[in-house]
Unconditional design. Structure first.
Length: 410
């Protein structure tokens, strides 16, 4: 009996009990669809996390002010101002693993240009901050060292601000007001898009830190040398932990923090922050893989059960085939082929459902889902293995029937 004849016979048998065949494939369909979705979600999560790292700036540490203590009541993070511009210079000069240590302050303010206005985030920072965060100046120029140190009224704006205040114009060289203070725009930065938390990174204005502290940031918290944050860029990804250690030691020494005493600053590692998120995504992938594995196991058991029933129902047919010359291996091959066909049909349907579900989830949740042809091939291959594994015993049982006894079966 040729392979083509075996396949045709298998499909005829499956079509004869179409409802039973469909029900048998459900476990395989669910399992394969879950595998496709799992791979897509996992790959999409990795891509999104890498995109967040790229947007925040690679190899970056964020140093912020610590919490205050008053009458036994602790303030929130940043309530105690302890960081200074001198701290940033010391980190950059003394830490061998650090390339850039850029101080900054931050505020939110209304931008006005003619009859248009827009509310945006204002960063008082210099060229070092732009380099540390990997902001690319797309037109115009950045601040000079002299402009950073003096209260010059110059600004670099993000693409959202460009769209809102200068929709069809080149903003470089034009004026806008921040809190009624006129600023000349000297450059724009390239678009970065949203953060992982949904914030608009392009809705931003950069001005010299001295100008920000004297003209924009209200109150006395950041007057003089005090700053809100220090953005630290390590020399490479492999040195990020060393940079964190060096920054901590330098600040502890400069702030005279004794052993056992709480730090008056906070160092955050972007990679560690995102690793925690990646870990949660991996847990979800493992749970989804568990569902896929259980579904495939249940589907395999269903295939074995149905094949055993099929052998019992077709005992007389098996005896007749043997009587006209079919060998045991022909019977074995026929029933294994039927089991594999059921698995492959379920696998193909599962791939289609998995891809469709992934695309729908990506559109509804604004989450990248990366589909892989390799994952589809692995899923269909695993489905075939399930068919072979769970279909072998019923096929073996059918091949060992005695032809005389089988022909007498009613």
């Amino acid at each position: 009996m040729s392979l083509v004849d075996t396949l045709l016979s298998a499909f005829v048998s499956l079509r004869a009990n179409i409802l039973r065949t469909v029900l048998t494939t459900l476990g395989i369909i669910i399992g394969v669809a879950a595998v496709i979705a799992m791979v897509g979600v996992g790959a999409g999560a990795e891509q999104r996390i890498q995109s967040v790292i790229d947007n925040l700036g690679s190899n970056v540490l964020f140093v912020s002010n610590g919490s205050s203590m008053s009458g036994g009541v602790r303030g929130g993070s940043g309530s105690r101002v302890s960081l200074t511009e001198a701290d940033a210079r010391a980190i950059e000069q003394e830490a061998s693993s650090v390339l850039i240590a850029a101080p900054s302050v931050r505020a939110s303010a209304q931008l006005i240009r003619g009859n248009s206005n827009w509310f945006a985030t204002i960063y008082g920072a210099g060229d070092g901050y732009l380099k540390a965060r990997e902001w690319q100046v797309s037109s115009g120029r950045t601040f000079s060292p002299q402009e950073e140190r003096s209260p010059t009224k110059l600004a670099i704006i993000g693409q959202t601000v460009v769209a809102q205040l200068f929709p069809e114009e080149d903003p470089v060289g034009q004026m806008m007001r921040i809190k009624r203070v006129p600023f000349t725009i000297i450059g724009t930065v390239a678009a970065k898009g949203e953060t992982a938390w949904g914030g608009d990174q392009d809705d931003v204005v950069f001005i010299p830190i001295t100008t920000a502290k004297t003209r924009i940031v209200g109150g006395d918290r950041f007057r003089g040398p005090n700053v809100a944050n220090i953005t630290v860029k390590a020399a490479s990804a492999s040195l990020i932990m060393e940079a964190e250690r060096e920054v901590t030691e330098i600040l502890q020494r400069r702030h005279r923090i004794r052993p056992g005493q709480a730090d008056d600053f906070r160092v955050r590692n972007v990679a560690q922050m995102l690793d925690a998120r990646a870990q949660s995504e991996r847990i979800m992938s493992i749970l989804l893989a568990s569902v896929a594995g259980i579904s495939l196991l249940v589907g395999g058991i269903g295939i074995m059960n149905i094949m055993l029933v099929s052998v019992t129902e077709r005992t007389r047919e098996i005896g007749l085939r043997m009587a006209v010359g079919a060998r045991s291996r022909d019977i074995l091959l026929q029933f294994v082929t039927e089991a594999v066909a059921v698995s492959l049909i379920g696998g193909a349907i599962g791939i289609v459902i998995g891809l469709a579900g992934s695309i729908a989830a990506a559109r509804m949740g604004d989450w990248p889902i990366i589909t892989s042809p390799v994952a589809a091939l692995l899923a269909i291959g695993f489905a075939a293995l399930v068919g072979i594994f769970f279909g072998f015993y019923p096929a073996y049982k059918a091949s060992r029937l005695d032809p005389i006894t089988a022909l007498r079966h009613e």
